[in-house]
Design a binder for this molecule. Sequence first.
Ligand code: KIV
Ligand code: ZN
Length: 446
Amino acid sequence: MDKARITVFDTTLRDGEQSPGCSMNVKEKVRLAVQLDRLGVDVIEAGFPIASDGDFAAVQAVAAAVPRPIIAALARASRLDIERAAQALTAAVRSRIHVFLATSDIHLLHKLRISRQQCLEQARDSVRLARTYSNDVEFSPEDATRTDPEFLFQVLEAVIEAGATTLNIPDTVGYTVPAEFGGLIESIRRRVRGAENVTISAHCHNDLGLAVANSLAAVAAGARQVECTINGIGERAGNASLEEIVMTMRVRPDHYAYETGVTSEQLYPTSQMLEEITGVAVQPNKAIIGRNAFAHEAGIHQDGMLKNPLTYEIMTPKSVGVPDSKLVLGKHSGRHALSLRCEQLGYKFDRRELDEIYRKFVILADEIKHVHDHHLFELIRETYGDSHRIPPGRVEAEQATAAAAGASDSRRMFPPGVPAEFSAANLGSGTAGEHHGEQEDYLWGV
Ligand code: KIV
Ligand code: ZN
């Protein structure tokens, strides 16, 4: 299957850092830029040089430190901004000036206080000026999704004539919906003269929680660049999340036959680094990289996971750089997971004995929510002392044997059609007790 290549434009260091609590100093931006390079993004938008001397220095430092990706700098459609952006980018091997100007009547009337004609001329002149500094110029009509489409087409045509090489279509206020946004991208491709010679890009905000869906609709309609951020950080509700876009394409190539240069195993390390730098925690249930994205507490789910991770995971944790799936022991957990954890801690019980441990475990879990290993040790010792301890050395030996068996066990593989990199599921040791009748075992295990 021939896959179209999508350019991943990462704006964590620009739009991302505009979110409250996420601003980064020069050293932090360089550290993250080096990691973004490792992740494999195509473009790093390093900052908005006119905004502050610090941001100017950050763009300069990123441009000098990271030679592979294109380094972009943001500029309003004004001479000073564009010159400052160009200056900050001088050390870049490949640079891009990203010029933006609002085009919606709401912004023209209330914010910029200029006419449509003035807007069109300012956009064209600014792109022309930017082209004198770089062959790579991106233009963004801010608030494009609330702009009169006919006027939007006129502006886009004018900036193409002036030399823009990428047309980025921002859903600045996160207002659009997938069908509408896909339709807009399609009509830009159809109606704007010269659109076939430039890259069309999507830049979506998440005010309605649709940023990723809108970005994917844009790609399906012919956009070939997506602008996104790690952990989905960005103005207000954030930008489209890079990890969600990339993994949707990886996990569902049947619907999104596109490829990116992203090394998916670097997603979690990058997310963790950003969390550490900004001190802004990722929500636990965040897709792909949240603490709970590969955690299972419900007994039915844990039982399924122990039999085959395919039952409740659509990608392996390793494929996104998460060390392993987690079975969280709480009041929803079942005997199957409890038995496995006991074995991992060095204790083996028959069914009747485990029933007793389980009864006490559920009472405890009701009280304290999460049962940690030290609780379990206490509970086991209180109930049976040390009499069920597996002789030293045997736990490791059993786990090693089970892991080796798991690697060649076809039940652990993802079905045909799922890319090979997602087929290495390997959860736990898989030695949770002997198996009895299937239905009986299922009911007992959960
Ligand atoms: O959301 C937006 O409109 C922007 C532009 C500067 C591209 O971030
Ligand atoms: Zn934005």
